[in-house]
Design a protein around this ligand. Structure first.
Ligand code: PMP
Length: 354
């Protein structure tokens, strides 16, 4: 830290992204990326757009916003596209949290929520997940703060139903409820249709996972017109050209290639269920994940040791040292081949430790 850093950032603990190792090639199952390349339509549109990079991007990303609005059957004024959904989430922390209105989120959830609260200098309160890592919706009734719920949750993979989220919306009419649907395309149900009914609902989604575009940085928020207008005020005050030309065009390509998207999601779900069954046969205990990752623990080996042993063998998964979940590893669902390599390595590691 330099002597010049503002005091307001002196105690900041930044978010730790999953490793992106360069020293060797790993079977990379640690950051919930897609094993599939982006659709050919994405590549075509992005490369065409690269020819006019001398021009700023359209600050409204009008074509992409319109395409998303049609896709979700909402108005264009109900959609904001962002530089990854992390940016949409940060805008929501900036817009809807302050000293009077803390952020409220689960004790075990996406680690960035805490960092967004710290960097924006707003208080936060965590609500413990129950013993099965589920959310008790009653704990969120009258929460007196801006609620952030990852649905499905990360790293547990467990999802609430639309009806349960609706209850949380009804019981918090004076606060915004942000539902982070980064993983919703792998089997959970989206609450986007509820934005017509509830003016306190903001939904965020991403192209990073189900649309194979993590490196392009594209996300979006959907909510009633007034909420989107709030977020636009912030966006135009910090970074009007937040989505670059290539990414914006790439996003349109991804939405156009519906078959590619649906097939990839179906393949990930199939690979997830196969891997889950294999791990259960090996004595693992797993949550009911509706995402592109599994959350698994075994009595035979602790999470940290399994992570290290897999890494030595060239397979990267994610381990969190946080209380309550340090026994677990989070495993991103990859291709059939990658899942075979994972399972074979885990079998050998378990045999070694007998
Ligand atoms: N929400 C959750 C729950 C996530 O796991 C992630 C990915 N790290 C994000 C949001 C942000 O993803 P992106 O910024 O790539 O859209």
């Amino acid at each position: 830290m330099s002597k010049f850093l503002s005091e307001k950032y002196a105690s900041l603990t930044p978010y730790t992204p999953g490793e992106q190792p360069k020293e060797r090639k790993y079977v990379k199952l640690n950051t919930n990326e897609s094993p599939f390349p982006p659709s050919p339509l994405v590549i075509k549109r992005a490369s065409e757009a690269s020819k006019v990079l001398q021009l700023y991007s359209d600050p409204d990303s009008s074509v992409l916003t319109g395409t998303l609005a049609r896709f979700y059957d909402v108005k264009r004024s109900e959609v904001l596209v962002t530089n990854g959904s992390d940016e949409a989430l940060n805008f929501a922390f900036m817009a809807y949290c302050d000293q009077k209105t803390p952020a409220v989120f689960a004790d075990i959830t996406y680690g960035f929520y805490k960092v967004f609260a710290l960097v924006n200098n707003v208080p936060y309160r965590t609500i413990p997940l129950n013993e099965n890592f589920g959310i008790n919706i009653c704990d969120y009734f009258g929460a007196k703060g801006t609620i952030f719920i990852a649905n499905p949750n990360a790293p547990t993979g467990i999802a609430l139903s639309v009806e349960e989220i609706e209850q949380i919306l009804i019981k918090n009419p004076d606060n915004v409820v942000v539902i982070d649907e980064a993983y919703v395309d792998f089997g959970a149900r989206s609450v986007v249709p509820l934005i017509k009914k509830y003016d306190n609902l903001l939904v965020t989604q991403t192209f990073s996972k189900s649309r194979s575009m993590a490196g392009a940085r594209l996300g979006y928020a959907i909510g009633c017109e007034k909420l989107i207008s709030d977020l636009n005020s912030i966006k135009y005050s910090v970074n009007p050209y937040n989505v670059n030309r290539m990414t914006s065009e790439a996003g349109i390509g991804a939405l156009e290639d519906k078959d590619y998207f649906e097939n990839n999601c179906a393949q990930i779900i199939e690979n997830r269920e196969w891997t889950k069954a294999q791990l259960e046969n090996l004595g693992f205990e797993l949550t009911n994940s509706l995402t592109n990752f599994l959350f698994a623990r075994s009595d035979a080996i602790d999470g940290g040791t399994l992570y290290e042993k897999l890494k030595q063998r060239g397979v990267l998964v994610r381990h969190f040292s946080q209380n309550r979940i340090s026994d677990y590893v989070r495993i991103t669902i990859g291709s059939v081949e990658e899942m075979n390599i994972l399972v074979e390595n885990i079998k050998e590691i378990l045999e070694e430790s007998l």
